[in-house]
Ligand binder design. Structure first.
Ligand code: ZN
Ligand code: ZN
Length: 425
C-alpha cells in the first residue's frame, strides 16, 4: 500500500509526472522482480512444444507500427500484436508462454460520436495544441497517430506516438513481453487481491489492468476507479500507457472489432487473466450482457443494510465489501458527498456520484448462473468454456458503459504462480 500512500500525496505541481505512475506506479519494481523469478525458473527446466491449439491469439511477425518505433535512432516500427505462443513446462507445471510487444494494431474509424467526444472535452482548448483536433469524421486513425493532443513527453520523443494520447499518459513502447500463463489454471487456495500493474493480457498482447488508478481521497479511504476518474485520460480505444506499458482497464470496441464480437452470441476470448483463466467479452448470449455481481451502495440506507443513515453522505465504509452483515465503519474520514464536484489528477472535474469510488460498491452475493457473474467477475455455466471471466458493460439508457469491476474482480479467482505477471496484493 506504500505506492498508494505516495501517490495520494496530491501536489499539483507534480501532477502530470505523478500521473505516469498513477496507474501502474508499482509496475517498474514489480517488473524487475517478476523477470528475476521468471529467469531463475526458466533456467531450471524448460521444455518447449509448439502448439496448434491457441487460435484466439492475434499473431503477427511481419506487420510493424507506422507510428511507434523500436528506438529513438531507428525508423523500424514495433511489431504489433503477439509474436508467438507456445506450451512450456517449467518444473512440473505447464504454461502458455506468450511473447508480445504490447503494441496493438488498432485502426480506428472516426465516427460522429468519437469526434464529438474529442471536440467537446471540457479542457479541449488545453488538451489539443491550439485547441484543434487533427482528424475528422470518416478518417481512419492508426494507433499512435497524431490527432492533435498535447501528449506528455514520456517516451514519445524517443519512440513516437505524440499527439495520440491526451495530456497525462505518455507513449507506449515495445516491452518485448515474455509472460507465463498457467495452462491448467486452478482455483486459488487463499484470498488473492490484485493490485496496480498488469493483471492479465489481451489476445493482442496489450495489458489488462484492474479497476484502480492508485489515487484516493481521505487518508487512503476512498479509492478512485480508473475507468471513471481517468475518463479523459485514455485514448480513442480506451487505453493508455503507464511507464510505457499500454493497457486497458475496461472493455474496448477496438479489440471487439479485431476478435469479431458483434454481440450476437457468447463473446469470444479477449484475453487471459494472470491466473490463466480466460476473459471473454461482455456478452453471455445474443444481445445479453454478462452481469456484474457488484452493486452500488445506498448511503441513505440503515447501517445494517450497508448505508450510513444519511442520504448522499459518504460518512462510513463497509467493514467487508463481500459481506454487508459485517456492518460499517463510521470512524473513517468522510468522502466527498454524492454528486460533489471533485478534480482528477489530470485536472478534469467530475461529480462524485455513487459509483465514483471503489468503496461505493459491494458484492451482493447473487448466485452465478446464466448471465450473472460472481465476485471475481466470472462464472462457469457448464457450457464447455469452463470457469471464465467477462469484461463487463452495463446498458445505461441505450449507452453501453463499463460496469465495475470492469475486468477481473478485485480478487483473482485462480492461483497466481510465482512466475506470473501479477501477484497477490
Ligand atoms: Zn491506467
Ligand atoms: Zn460466460
Amino acid at each position: 500500500m506504500k505506492t498508494h500512500d505516495w501517490l495520494n500525496t496530491y501536489i499539483p505541481i507534480i501532477a502530470l509526472s505523478a500521473f505516469l505512475t498513477a496507474c501502474g506506479g508499482s509496475s517498474s519494481n514489480d517488473d524487475s522482480s517478476t523477470e528475476a523469478e521468471t529467469e531463475t525458473e526458466t533456467e531450471t527446466e524448460t521444455e518447449t512444444t509448439t502448439s496448434t491449439d491457441l487460435d484466439e491469439w492475434l499473431y503477427n511477425t511481419t506487420e510493424r507500427s507506422t507510428m511507434i518505433f523500436e528506438s529513438s535512432t531507428s525508423n523500424i516500427g514495433v511489431l504489433e500484436d503477439v509474436q508467438g505462443t507456445s506450451e512450456v513446462t517449467v518444473g512440473s507445471t505447464d504454461y502458455i508462454y506468450v511473447e508480445a510487444s504490447g503494441i496493438p494494431n488498432y485502426d480506428i474509424v472516426i465516427t460522429d460520436d468519437i469526434y464529438d467526444a474529442l471536440v467537446n472535452r471540457p479542457k479541449a482548448s488545453n488538451d489539443f495544441g491550439g485547441g484543434t483536433v487533427l482528424t475528422s469524421v470518416g478518417e481512419t486513425v492508426v494507433f499512435g497517430e497524431d490527432i492533435g493532443y498535447n501528449t506528455s513527453t514520456e517516451y514519445c520523443e524517443d519512440t513516437g506516438g505524440s499527439g495520440y494520447w491526451p495530456p497525462g499518459p505518455g507513449c507506449p513502447i515495445d516491452l518485448a513481453k515474455e509472460q507465463y500463463l498457467p495452462a491448467d489454471p486452478q482455483p486459488a487456495t487463499e484470498i488473492c487481491d490484485n493490485g496496480l500493474g498488469a493483471t492479465g493480457i489481451m489476445v493482442n498482447g496489450t495489458s489488462i489492468f484492474n479497476w484502480g488508478d492508485g489515487m484516493s481521497e481521505g487518508n487512503n479511504i476512498w479509492y478512485t476507479l480508473a475507468p471513471v476518474a481517468e475518463f479523459y485520460d485514455v485514448d480513442i480505444c480506451g487505453g493508455h500507457a503507464a511507464n510505457g506499458e499500454y493497457h486497458h482497464h475496461f472493455y474496448t470496441s477496438c479489440l471487439a472489432d479485431l476478435v469479431g464480437d458483434d454481440g450476437s452470441d457468447h463473446s469470444p476470448i479477449y484475453g487471459y487473466i494472470a491466473d490463466g483463466f480466460p476473459i471473454y467479452g461482455p456478452y453471455e448470449s445474443d444481445n445479453v450482457l454478462a452481469v456484474s455481481g457488484w452493486l452500488k451502495r445506498d448511503y441513505g440506507a440503515d447501517e445494517s443494510e450497508g448505508g450510513c443513515g444519511t442520504e448522499g453522505q459518504r460518512t462510513c465504509i463497509l467493514v467487508d465489501e463481500y459481506d454487508l452483515s459485517a456492518g460499517v465503519d463510521a470512524t473513517v474520514d468522510e468522502g466527498p458527498a454524492i454528486g460533489e464536484e471533485v478534480e482528477s489528477l489530470s485536472k478534469n472535474t467530475f461529480d462524485a456520484d455513487d459509483g465514483f469510488y471503489y468503496e461505493d460498491y459491494y458484492y451482493a452475493g447473487a448466485t452465478a448462473t446464466g448471465e450473472q457473474l460472481d465476485q471475481y467477475n466470472g462464472h462457469d455455466n457448464n457450457d464447455g468454456r469452463g470457469y471464465h471471466y467477462h469484461l463487463t458493460l452495463t446498458d445505461e439508457d441505450g449507452t453501453l458503459t463499463p460496469a465495475f469491476p470492469y475486468t477481473v474482480g478485485p480478487r483473482f479467482y485462480g492461483e497466481i504462480e510465482s512466475n506470473s505477471m501479477a501477484r497477490c496484493d
